[in-house]
Design a protein around this ligand. Structure first.
Ligand code: XIL
Length: 384
């Protein structure tokens, strides 16, 4: 049985001294922990540090810093888009494995693990599939067979190469949806019912019994009041039932898309939430961490009065997630959804009002306060 990382959050100061002393000195050049990469520091706590990878950026020869940092700083990667259905099978029956295969080859060279993302999700589906359902040429029975085939083909293609699969993504509604009672949402459960979630895990397990299978969602970093509008509670109840039913689910991925305008959570709340999930016998991971801020006129004009508090609040949010994770042995990876503001989904997605500055490095690949804060957390935690 794996031991839980013990009360790290409360004993940071004490541990720090020991951890710093424990760092080996290399011939004449004492190795400062602060000079180590995120991945090297994560390794000291058995924690994989990951990033989503944008293949266009990885392949851009005019932007070599992107590729260099993916290799240097991260021990796990998640394809940001190239394992999504619209990319893998743009025309029915014709697979486009090449971009994802290229990423897998890159990870082999750089000794990295892969989080497969994503098998069952309502977004970024190919038009042939959604159109077919909408115009009635694909019946619900056929849709079920098509999903079964998609999962089997995809998981089989990457068999042995994927550490964790996001099998089902974002199947729970939000409190602002109607009705506000949390319920299954989206294309798949609408057409095939809630039972499709268990089936998806079973099909994925059949195709690669060794891959760890995750349910992944956002806004599940902390429990609310436990009532019908509490999304974390809904997901908790769902995965508890899946475990009870013997469905092969191994973990819960908490995306970790936070924003400095919300106040968000502290490390103890985060850790408490993870503990409740791992008490069910599941692993947990942060899978898509970023902390966005509103790009006010002042921020855009470079006003440090507006920029500094955002940088500090972002660092605090990244740190709360990291400390919460480090204090639970079954939190097995911490993945950021892009590591540089040069390549982040945030400004393209959150436009009104415009949001941004959500990652660890700025647009010129300068590490921000959040990067150093994560490193400090890893240093303080990093006893073998
Ligand atoms: C996002 C990508 O980052 C964008 O490039 C794409 O246009 C849309 O999807 N939750 C998820 C991810 O699970 O797959 C999403 O990724 C971000 C939200």
């Amino acid at each position: 049985m794996k031991l839980r990382r013990s009360a790290l959050v409360a004993t940071v100061a004490l541990v720090a001294a020991g951890a710093l002393n424990a760092v080996p000195a290399s011939a004449g050049h004492p190795e400062r922990p602060a000079d180590l990469s995120l991945r090297a520091l994560g390794q000291r706590s058995d924690l994989a540090i990951g990033t989503a990878v944008d293949m266009a950026a990885l392949d851009d020869t005019t932007d070599p810093q992107y590729r260099k940092l993916v290799a240097e700083q991260f021990s796990s990667v998640t394809p940001e888009n190239v394992m999504k259905w619209e990319v893998l099978e743009p025309t029915q029956g014709t697979y486009n494995w090449a971009p994802a295969d290229e990423l897998i080859a890159f990870t082999k060279q750089n000794k990295q693990r892969v989080r497969g993302h994503v098998l069952v999700w309502q977004n970024q589906l190919p038009a042939w599939l959604t159109d077919g359902v909408n115009n009635g040429t694909i019946s619900d029975d056929q849709l079920r067979d098509i999903l079964h085939k998609h999962i089997t083909d995809t998981v089989s293609h990457f068999k042995g190469k994927i550490w964790q699969w996001d099998v089902v993504n974002e199947a729970a509604s939000d409190p602002w949806d109607s009705p506000s009672t949390i319920h299954y949402k989206g294309f798949w459960t609408q057409h095939l019912g809630g039972g499709i979630i268990a089936d998806a895990f079973r099909w994925a397990h059949q195709a690669d019994p060794k891959a760890l299978l995750f349910y992944n969602d956002y806004n599940i970093e902390a429990f609310g009041d436990g009532g019908p509008g509490d999304k974390t509670q809904f997901v908790y109840n769902m995965v508890k039932q899946l475990k009870h039913d013997g469905v092969p689910i191994d973990g819960v991925g908490s995306q970790g898309h936070l924003g400095t305008q919300y106040g968000d959570y502290d490390a103890l709340q985060i850790n408490d939430t993870l503990n409740r999930f791992t008490d069910l016998g599941l692993d947990v991971a942060f899978t898509e961490v970023d902390v966005r801020s509103q790009m006010t006129a002042g921020v855009q004009a470079g006003d440090s009065n507006e920029i500094n508090p955002r940088l500090q609040a972002a660092a605090a949010d990244f740190s709360a997630l990291m400390q919460g994770c480090l204090a639970n042995r079954r939190c097995i990876s911490f993945t950021v959804w892009g590591f540089t503001d040069k390549h982040s989904w945030v400004p393209g997605w959150f436009k009104d009002p415009l949001e941004g500055m959500a990652t660890l490095y700025d647009e010129n690949y300068q590490p921000k306060r959040a990067y150093n804060t994560l490193k400090a957390d890893l240093i303080f935690a990093g006893r073998r």
